[in-house]
Write a protein that binds this ligand. Structure first.
Ligand code: WTA
Length: 654
């Protein structure tokens, strides 16, 4: 069994003594050197101001690097003006790099497209004109419900260019989830596709948009539809527009103007501890500065020679920061892949690495563990010698997976950078620097230069080395979220009220004897399944919305491949009549899929007669987690009815 970052296994982690320093050749050629830490520590805000000025091309320089007078509401690079799309596109063309490849697109069925910076710039200019022709103005919100195709990047950058605020909704979310996000953001436009390909079969997207918009009361005026798999789709005249027609009718000339540093760039919804997803708001200049800085420093990107590939979908923050913004602002060449890793065969990723000579790969531990399960014979069939930096993100990476990644994929020479960050942080916060840090299997190790991360106890006091506690950020950082869309109070409460003057990340962490940081997973009701954040409350709400269910409790149980798996315990209503042959578990799993999306479907739904509750009526999820993970639930004396756990454990064994 693979080791997990929980309980006893953690003690083994802390005894991890293997260290892998960079080779002298790597260190000598690295983008950043070790002295950067001291330099940033000397004048943190000045360090970021210097990064902002050297990384971005400003339409108007800023007057003040940071205004924190209205904390926790931050303003970075005050008074400056910058255009994100100009920085990601036009300026590279103007500098003579128009022929450099921006995107090697590989569709799941094997269709390909090579898009240069000049091509991408032209497409974004057309899309900017096209959206303006549909009445989209600066500040308007645009919902994006697209697969991993170049049009996703084009749409995001076209919005940024005209100052419209994109809100990408992952294509795996249901119509209901899409509607609630459209409503919360009050989107005027939806950009979608007829569908995409999943595991060799066409799958659809447009029908979910039609469902989402079926009930009146929304703010959407137009739906732009990319033709991707050619399936028949319903059409609403006057509302729906074909992407291709619209682009053809639009001029390829468009002049980018600077937007205020704090102009909203995007809203991205993420699960919190309550049922309602939070619209995380990011603004322009600080976000661009930190995504581009980290993309260069942590991956050691050399834009002229590297081929970079981040496997994340555009629907998650990793796709925003490390597919769209960071790499393009840095002028990188990247691979974009539409499909799944096992279609048409389990070597697909490695075939792509070989084909495009990928030199930097950024992926998630769940994928690495899946590949481990498939066996090393598969990657061993391909030439992976181009790989020189390997990244990991989304959840703790267990040392076995880390070592496998290093040996089998990196052939023992490519440094591994385990990067900790969140939708809220916008960009990487904790990671080794590949030319500086001696890496340790399983630890993200050190806060980046200019980032003030700490581990504190219950009272907010820093823990000494060798101890655990809560991960916090002590000082504002450029790519921090600015608020929760439409709910500044929730922003303050969620992140800035647990510890006075500090940002509370919601993660547990430990410092080892060297002071290196080890991430231990969420300490709140957020689960992490295959690197995707899911809220227990949100899934519980979906379950009780089914007419059969009286009560539901959801926990994240340790899972070898996906990190955590969703396990639901439900009490059925006394009066329900379930027909012969109907399986309540299967019905309820499908129901959650419909309400939230396939990613949220519980692995197990267990029908139980009672749930363990305290005398004050609070469900003891800790006990349910114990049984779901096959442990003896231990002390149940605080329960109103201590017999409940025995009953559940007994039922489970059956
Ligand atoms: C977890 C993804 C351990 C963590 C970029 C965090 C990690 C949540 C790591 C954010 C890592 C992310 N090691 N845990 N390297 N990276 N996490 O918002 O629990 O989808 O709070 O952002 O993922 O997930 P989100």
């Amino acid at each position: 069994m693979s080791q997990t970052v929980n309980g006893d296994a953690f003690e083994n982690l802390l005894r991890e003594e293997r260290k892998f320093p960079p080779t002298p050749e790597f260190a000598a050629a690295a983008n950043v050197r070790g002295d950067i830490y001291a330099k940033a520590a000397e004048d943190r805000v000045g360090f970021w101001a210097e990064q902002a000025r050297s990384i971005l091309t400003w339409s108007k320089d800023f007057d003040e690097a940071l205004d924190w007078s209205d904390a926790p509401f931050a303003k970075w690079f005050v008074g400056g003006e910058v255009n994100a799309a100009y920085n990601a596109l036009d300026r590279h063309v103007e500098a003579g790099h128009g022929n450099r490849v921006a995107i090697y697109f590989e569709g799941e069925p094997g269709d390909t497209e090579t898009i240069t910076y000049a091509d991408l710039t032209e497409r974004v200019k057309r899309a900017a004109n096209a959206f303006e022709s549909l009445g989209i103005r600066k500040g308007d919100r645009v919902a994006v419900y697209l697969p991993m195709i170049p049009e996703a990047v084009v749409t995001m950058l076209a919005c940024a260019r005209i100052g419209a605020v994109h809100s990408v909704v992952f294509g795996g979310f249901s119509a209901d989830a899409l509607r609630s996000r459209i409503d919360d953001a009050e989107a005027k436009l939806v950009v979608t596709a007829d569908g995409t390909y999943r595991r060799g079969k066409p799958s659809s997207l447009k029908p979910a948009v039609d469902d989402a918009l079926a009930a009146p009361g929304h703010t959407v005026e137009h739906v732009v539809v990319v033709k991707r798999n050619g399936q028949d789709v319903a059409w609403t005249e006057g509302r729906d527009v074909h992407w291709a027609d619209l682009m053809e009718a639009s001029s390829p000339e468009h002049t980018a103007v600077g937007h205020d540093s704090e102009h909203p760039l995007f809203i991205l919804y993420t699960s919190g501890t309550t049922g309602k997803p939070k619209g995380i708001l990011h603004t322009t200049a600080g976000y661009l500065t930190q995504t581009a800085f980290t993309h260069s420093a942590v991956f050691d990107l050399k834009p002229e020679t590297d081929v970079y590939w981040c496997t994340a979908d555009i629907g998650w923050v990793t796709g925003h920061s490390y597919v769209t913004y960071g790499p393009l602002v840095n002028g990188a060449t990247q691979v974009m892949y539409e499909g799944t890793p096992d279609t048409p065969h389990q070597g697909r990723w490695w075939e792509l690495v070989q084909k495009y000579k990928v030199s930097i790969l950024y992926t998630a531990p769940t994928a690495i563990r899946t590949m481990m399960k498939w066996g090393r014979e598969i990657p061993d069939k391909y030439d992976l010698s181009s790989l020189r930096v390997l990244g990991s993100v989304g959840e703790p990476i267990n040392p076995e997976a880390w070592m496998w990644y290093r040996e089998v994929i990196g052939h023992g020479k490519a440094p591994i950078v385990d990067t900790w960050w969140q939708t809220e942080t916008g960009a990487i916060m904790i990671a080794p620097l590949p030319g500086v840090t001696a890496t340790k299997p399983g630890s993200a190790q050190v806060p980046l230069p200019g980032i003030a991360v700490d581990v504190v106890d219950e009272n907010g006091a820093p823990v000494p080395n060798g101890h655990g506690g809560f991960l916090v950020v002590r000082e504002p950082w450029p790519s921090m979220l600015r608020t929760i869309w439409g709910d500044p109070e929730r922003y303050r409460d969620t992140y800035w009220s647990r510890f006075e003057g500090m940002y509370f990340a919601g993660d547990g962490a430990k410092k080892d004897d060297d002071g290196d940081i080890w991430l231990l997973g969420r300490v709140d009701d957020v689960m992490n399944v295959s690197g995707h954040r899911l809220s227990t409350t949100e899934i519980e709400s979906a379950l009780v919305s089914h007419e059969w269910v009286a009560e539901a409790a959801v926990v994240g149980a340790v899972d070898e491949t996906t990190g955590q798996a969703v396990v639901a315990f439900v009490i059925l209503r006394g009066e329900v009549e379930i027909a012969e042959g109907e399986d309540p578990s299967a019905v309820l799993r499908a129901h959650v899929g419909k309400e939230i999306g396939p990613i949220a479907k519980p692995k197990h739904v267990l029908v139980v007669p009672e749930l363990p509750k305290t005398r004050s009526g609070k469900i003891m999820r800790r006990l349910l987690k114990d049984v779901a993970e096959g442990r003896d639930p231990g002390d149940a004396t605080t329960l109103a009815d201590p017999g409940v756990m025995q009953q559940i454990a007994q039922d489970l064994r059956k």
